[in-house]
Design a protein around this ligand. Structure first.
Ligand SMILES: [Zn+2]
Length: 252
């Protein structure tokens, strides 16, 4: 497999004989105001440009939308993706919402799916704690399996929690992508992984390679790549936990 970090949680993955686009957030730099009630209100989203052309990014067989937040499926994605493209949503509700945008080949991942010989399983996650976590709503992750490929687990917008622990235990993925920008509001706990959460993920998956996505692209993500890399180096885990730049590709 081949995993390319695009920007924020957007990834392009070549897996077995298929190519997938995860969580397309394709707007031009600075299109949106900052998320309300978050730090860094002087910044506009996305903070950075795409590392490559939209035409290249959308040359895929299917798209996965882990949830409908703006930084995972935006108006640009809705307008540039072909209406016939296969889209997998986390549940029926999201699938219906995506169909309303004119896409007619949308499927809920509720019972998993298979694409050729690739087996796809939906996983759960927790997009924060307490009231904020409730307001963030339901999210999912995805596991890809194929006889000739390593198992890949994309955790989605989740903090470290029993759902992630269960997914690791159930699927024993060799490669794990976590969203690690430690995004947060002015009140409450982070809504995606902090560096401690990423470390906890590693502690439960010491034989896996962990890739950290969702970094330095939206205003409320407070954990920088520099800080995370320093933390990883201090734990002597630079070979286990990778922090890609936008546009960077890994081969497994
Ligand atoms: Zn997000």
């Amino acid at each position: 497999m081949n995993i390319r970090q695009i920007r924020n949680a957007t990834l392009v993955i070549q897996y077995a004989d298929r190519k997938f686009l995860i969580d397309p957030f394709l707007a031009e730099k600075g299109t949106f105001p900052p998320f309300p009630n978050t730090p860094n209100q002087e910044l506009s989203n996305p903070l950075v440009s795409l590392p490559t052309s939209i035409e290249e990014i959308i040359q895929v067989d299917a798209v996965f939308v882990t949830h409908l937040h703006l930084d995972h499926f935006d108006d640009t994605a809705k307008s540039v993706l072909p209406k016939e493209i296969k889209i997998y949503a986390q549940n029926e509700k999201d699938a219906e919402a995506i169909k309303k945008e004119g896409f007619y080949n949308v499927e809920a991942l509720t019972n998993g799916a298979s694409i050729g010989s690739i087996c796809i399983t939906r996983t759960n996650g927790k997009h924060g704690t307490g009231e904020i976590g409730m307001r963030m709503g339901e999210v999912c992750g995805v596991v890809f399996k194929h006889p000739n490929e390593k198992t890949l687990y994309i955790a989605g917008d989740t903090i470290w929690c029993s759902d992630v622990q269960d997914a690791i235990k159930t699927h024993t993925p060799e490669v794990i992508v976590v969203n690690g920008g430690a995004a947060q509001f002015l009140q409450g706990d982070p809504i995606i992984m902090t560096k401690e959460d990423i470390y906890e993920t590693y502690m439960h998956a010491q034989h896996s390679t962990i890739i950290v996505s969702h970094m330095e692209s939206v205003n409320h993500c407070l954990l920088t790549r520099k800080e995370l890399k320093a933390f990883i180096a201090e734990k002597e885990l630079s070979g286990n936990i990778l922090v890609p730049d936008d546009g960077q590709t890994y081969l497994f």
